[in-house]
Write a protein that binds this ligand. Sequence first.
Ligand code: 5GP
Ligand code: MG
Length: 186
Amino acid sequence: MLESKACKNHKISQIFSQKEIAERLEVLGKEISKDFMELENPVVIGVMKGAFCFMADLVRNISVNDPLQIEFVRLSSYGSATESSGKIQTPYLELPNISRRNILVIEDIVDSGRTARFFMDYLTEQFHPRTLKMACFLDKPSRRAVDYQPDYTGFSIEDLFVVGYGLDYAENYRELPYLGELSLPD
Ligand code: 5GP
Ligand code: MG
């Protein structure tokens, strides 16, 4: 494995390069474009902060009949540790009236599935969407604690702690253009 960066005693080993990510997003964008092509006024909701890179790149790979409306929420379930707290916090959950719209949610990673389950249920109850789908950059199916299956997945990965391309460790490394596995010193 290519070692990409070492700082603060953290070792980051590249898993997917910038080019591999870009290539995968082209395919994913086409798939989403096909499904959303005819849908009226689609709304894309990015889940901050982790999804910011994925969202920015993905929407530029989506081409559909109607223009996209872009919205953001901020949810968090990880503290600064590498284990999910299991409790979902909602630091920013302001959305305009998007009742009965066609919605695509963009997430960084589905791990236990709790955040995704919470937010999809929330949107369903609040807005009764006509269409409600989720695109996640990463899926860790082996970690699932609640029943949830994303509609579109960039990459499925093993049970590793990853950083880069929007994903952080204690608010660090989001800016890395690639995805890497973070190893902490023992
Ligand atoms: P879930 O609710 O599915 O357990 O967790 C989802 C959230 O946990 C993600 O949106 C992400 O913020 C965080 N998370 C889960 N796995 C990882 C990981 O490997 N790396 C990082 N940086 N965050 C993760
Ligand atoms: Mg997240």
